[in-house]
Design a protein around this ligand. Structure first.
Ligand SMILES: [Fe+2]
Ligand SMILES: [Fe+2]
Length: 248
């Protein structure tokens, strides 16, 4: 029995592909088949796989049905969290999704699920991604402050959602936590954030995130252990489609 995570499958069985990277980079070539066969070898029926957002390029449910079926057919229990590209998933309609896919897929938002005595708490998260202004040597010399203000509001909303998840889990008696965000916990300008503080305050053991694609983005945020929290990037192209084992 194991708990595994990976993010950013970016499936597109029924929708137009919206990323050039998926057409040109080797790691994305036949990634659906690669991932399916890795899961078939690596995962057992009693394992749990958390998919950390950006499941599908589909713009609505009718463009996602085959993508969600692909996920459903992977081995083990599947828990999905929201990414910035998951247009099919309205945060306020999460329970409808859970009813529709009852016993097949679990959509986790503003809530928690469990694995052994751990609570799995999840929200999309957010971090400021620019636009940044660079000098001739590529160093950041400024950024769009209006965009930064908007981003701060999204961060606040996501922090509230994460706190709700932690509190619901704590009220149910959980004292061990793993946090799942889609966005990295910090922007490239930050050393820490409300997300890292909250993870530390509740004593979370791990904070898992995805969203970063391509060599140049893989080290945008915190990696490894810091103040008792283990930070791990699990975007699929970073992991070359090998899900990471978080717990036995
Ligand atoms: Fe992504
Ligand atoms: Fe993303």
């Amino acid at each position: 029995m194991g708990l595994y995570a990976i993010g950013d499958l970016h499936l597109h069985y029924q929708s137009p592909l919206k990323s050039k990277r998926q057409l040109t980079e080797k790691v994305w070539k036949n990634h659906e088949e690669k991932f399916r066969s890795i899961c078939a070898r690596k995962l057992a029926p009693d394992d749990t796989l958390v998919l950390v957002g950006d499941h599908s390029w589909g713009r609505n449910m009718s463009e996602c049905e085959d993508d969600l079926r692909y996920i459903e057919e992977l081995p083990g229990r599947k828990i999905l969290t929201r990414g910035n590209h998951d247009m099919f998933w309205d945060a306020g309609k999460t329970e409808q999704l859970n009813e529709l896919f009852a016993g097949r897929l679990r959509f986790l938002q503003n809530s928690y699920d469990s694995y052994r005595d751990y609570a799995l708490v999840a929200t999309k998260g957010h971090c400021f991604e620019g636009p940044f202004y660079l000098d001739a040597r590529g160093r950041i010399i400024g950024w769009d402050e209006e965009a930064e203000e908007k981003s701060k509001k999204l961060v606040e909303r996501e922090l509230q959602r994460l706190r709700l998840s932690f509190e619901a889990a704590r009220a149910a008696g959980y004292r061990k936590y793993i946090v799942f965000l889609h966005y990295p916990p910090t922007s490239i300008l930050e050393e820490g954030s409300g997300f890292t503080e909250m993870a530390e305050d509740y004593g979370a053991e791990q904070l898992i995130y995805a969203h970063c694609h391509g060599e140049r983005r893989f080290h945008d945020s915190i990696e490894g252990e810091r103040n008792g929290v283990l930070y791990r990037l699990v975007s699929g192209d970073y992991l070359k489609w090998q899900p990471v084992k978080l717990l036995d």
